[in-house]
Design a protein around this ligand. Structure first.
Ligand code: HEM
Length: 221
């Protein structure tokens, strides 16, 4: 094998690893930011638009880097990954379970991203139920990162995974304690980052209804 071939094959492998690590870090950051919003540890609403935009942006960027990760794995010739291996859980001959967690995590990530982009066209309950899949997504993504990767044995990487995992667990516990049961549509789900926008919308609707009622009563007088 000449040097350029070695360099190219190594390039895809490094890109796959870097893509996976960046995708996971962005996912963890999006989870942590979303939980800071839903626990209201960032302060009571209303938040400026960039606060919720940042949560969305981090999630969207995680999708982009997951695509880079998977594309580089397919282009890398060291382990042969074809469409079946990256689309079907447990189809990979190489570490089938470890890779399957990544495949399932990708489906959850795509479902959450697509429903978030279509949020205003979907029933709120459907969006919220799908958004709660971010918890199994983070769990599976972390399990995948711990079991599939070359860097899984690296102490620094294990520390990053443990610290982010502990932060997400702690904030999830705080979310259970701090959020009131959601009473907007009677679906029994607890508050999430989307609530800030939704509640602001509800408040605006109520204000409009009150203004209309006052105007109506003045006209009748
Ligand atoms: C179709 C979906 C996926 C497949 C087939 C897949 C496959 C793989 C494989 C084969 C590896 C080992 C690479 C190596 O170290 O040589 C790996 C590592 C990794 N993957 Fe995935 N993955 C997928 C989705 C994801 C997702 C959604 C995330 C996170 C958001 C992710 C994050 C990672 C991380 C952090 C590593 C460790 C990289 C390292 O140790 O250097 N993967 N993945």
């Amino acid at each position: 094998m000449d040097t350029s071939t070695i360099w190219t094959s190594q390039l895809w492998w490094y890109l796959a690893r870097a893509g996976g690590i960046v995708a996971w870090v962005l996912l963890a950051a999006s989870m942590i930011w979303g939980l800071l919003l839903s626990t209201k540890l960032l302060g009571r609403r209303p938040h400026p638009a960039w606060v919720t935009d940042l949560h969305r942006f981090l999630g969207g960027l995680s999708v982009v880097f997951t695509a880079v990760h998977v594309a580089a794995l397919v282009l890398d010739s060291y382990v042969s990954f074809g469409p079946a291996e990256v689309l079907v859980p447990f189809a990979s001959h190489w570490r089938p379970a470890a890779v399957a967690w990544g495949v399932i995590a990708t489906y959850l990530l795509v479902a959450i991203e697509v429903t978030s982009l279509l949020r205003h066209r979907l029933p709120r309950r459907a969006w919220r139920a799908t958004h709660l899949l971010s918890f199994p997504l983070f769990g599976l993504g972390t399990l995948h990162a711990l079991t599939a990767g070359t860097d899984a044995g690296t102490v620094a990487w294990q520390l990053v995974l443990a610290m982010a995992g502990a932060t997400v667990l702690g904030l999830t516990a705080a979310r259970q304690v701090r959020t009131r049961p959601y009473d907007g549509a009677g679906d029994g789900l607890k508050g999430g980052p989307g609530d800030a926008t939704a509640a602001a919308g509800d408040a605006r609707q109520a204000q409009l209804a009150r203004a209309r009622a006052v105007a109506g009563s003045r006209r009748r007088r």
